[in-house]
Design a binder for this molecule. Structure first.
Ligand code: NAP
Length: 447
């Protein structure tokens, strides 16, 4: 039997967990893992915080997947640009999309156009050395900033802002970012949750880590921890939520250590308006209460917070891929357990989704393993009845990419980049690599 040809768009965790699951489930399968960037690993390389190297070590597992002779890496190849839906149908029996949720959500309030209003997507990509942010100038001359949202991304953003630059010098934070962090004048960081501590999305280890920062005090108003009846009932019996509250109580009881920076954890406030003459100067917040469904309801009481920057970390959303059906309500590719379906709910043969673009931007990296296992099961179950691709040879897709002058970054090319980055890090005395952050710089490193 000729091998089953599979394309997976997206070389991040969900795509690579899917590749691994398929290799284990089917002996006669060969996979092209395709990414629009020259470097693999998606959010592990460009999203996981630089001071969380243990989480990044999942790359060692992913590397083994690429070392399997049935797998190729085709970097710098964008779906819908370099390869269309029509193309992939010609070359691959199965195509899976693991492209994540790439766009941040706006707050939808007046003043978002002001300078100094930033998305966590931009900020995280900037400090992670993402090629999309090359040349991006971020100034850290604000003394007070607000971080909107109380999920783990908000915690990451807060921690990077709160740390002294020297705490990040051994990580993979690019040199030009360290230079800007060294100029930071930040004194106060207000983390703003629209609901209460019982509804916060952060996880306990991430919350606890804020209290371990040598450069920052964490300030919590004990009154915020007096739960209303709905929240008290929601927390009862839920150990994860109780642990969060225990950590917050510990923070509330701590005396100030007069550290250089202060993290103010605030709850039950919604941002209403950002004000300033061309630049953020003030954030108007409305006091909320929790209703019986644990939603935030405005009380009409307004408060003003003097800040010079606003970072929104209110979640991501997926964007449609050319030619594929999209669920506009959930911002995911329309699918049933990973099988892509059209507007009438009918399955589109050979087309699958996995990860955030399948289920939305929730869960930690490991969550994608089970998610991709589900998509892999659907693929393997469907295989006997799928139409076969008319041009399944690897050479056919390679020839088209060459004809289109796409500068494909292969696995060997990536290994050359990887070696170079590690050497740069080693020479600078870092424990981690120094990333090449320019797109052309990455491509120039090939082979
Ligand atoms: P998230 O967990 O969904 O948190 C988003 C936060 O923004 C919530 O507090 C949400 O409040 C708030 N929010 C949404 N819309 C808002 C609005 N209009 N005004 C004010 N607040 C608003 O999303 P995330 O932080 O982007 O994280 C995405 C996923 O990545 C999560 O599963 C997270 O755990 C994961 N992640 C994990 C790590 C880690 O493990 N270290 C690090 C980063 C990210 P409501 O709850 O009221 O909607």
């Amino acid at each position: 039997m000729a091998s089953i040809r599979v394309a997976i768009f997206g070389a991040g965790p969900s795509g690579l967990f899917l590749a691994d699951a398929l290799l284990k489930a089917h002996p006669e399968i060969s996979i092209d893992v395709i990414d629009r960037l020259p470097a693999p690993y998606g959010l592990v390389r460009y999203g996981v915080a630089p001071d969380h190297p243990k989480i990044k070590s999942v790359i060692n597992t992913f590397q083994k997947t690429f070392e399997d002779e049935r797998v190729r890496f085709l970097g710098n190849v964008a779906f819908g640009v370099d390869l269309t839906l029509e193309d992939v149908r010609r070359f691959y029996d199965v195509t899976a999309y693991a492209v994540g949720s790439s766009v941040d959500r706006p707050l939808g309030i007046p003043g978002e156009e002001l300078a100094g209003n930033l998305s966590s997507t931009e900020f995280v990509a900037w400090y992670s050395g993402h090629p999309d942010q090359t040349g991006r100038e971020i100034r850290l001359d604000a003394e007070a900033v607000a971080v909107i949202g109380v999920g783990n991304v908000a915690i990451d953003v807060t921690r990077i802002l709160a740390k002294h630059v020297d705490e990040l010098r051994t990580t993979d934070v690019p040199e030009h970012v360290l230079d800007v962090l060294a100029t930071s004048r930040i004194r106060d960081i207000y983390l703003v949750g629209r609901r209460g501590p019982a509804q916060a999305k952060f996880t306990t280890p991430e919350l606890r880590e804020l209290g371990e920062l040598p450069n920052a005090d964490v300030i919590v108003d004990p009154k915020d921890l007096d739960l209303d009846a709905t929240s008290a009932a929601a927390v009862a019996g839920k150990s994860a939520l109780q642990r969060n509250l225990d950590v917050l109580r510990d923070f509330a009881n701590r005396p100030s250590q007069n550290r250089a920076r202060r993290i103010h954890l605030t709850f039950l406030y919604s941002p209403i308006e950002i004000k300033g003459a061309g630049h953020v100067a003030e954030l108007t917040l409305e006091r909320n209460r929790i209703d019986e469904n644990e939603n935030a309801v405005g009380t009409g009481a307004l408060e003003k917070l003097s800040v010079q920057q606003v970072y929104r970390a209110v979640g991501y959303r997926g964007i449609p891929l050319p030619g594929l059906p999209f669920d506009k309500r959930r911002n995911v590719i329309a699918n049933e357990a990973g099988r892509i379906v059209d507007e009438s709910g009918k399955r589109i043969p050979g087309q699958y989704a996995t990860g955030w673009i399948k289920r939305g931007p929730t869960g930690v990296i490991g969550t994608n393993k089970a998610d991709s296992a589900e998509t892999a099961r659907a693929i393997v179950e469907d295989l006997p009845n799928l139409p076969r691709a008319p041009q399944p040879a690897e050479a056919a897709v390679d020839a088209l990419l060459t004809e289109r002058k796409v500068r494909v970054c292969t696995w060997d090319d990536w290994l050359a980049i990887d070696r170079h980055e590690r050497e740069l890090g080693g020479k600078a005395g870092r424990e981690e690599r120094i990333k090449v952050t320019e797109f052309d710089g990455l491509l120039a490193m090939r082979g």
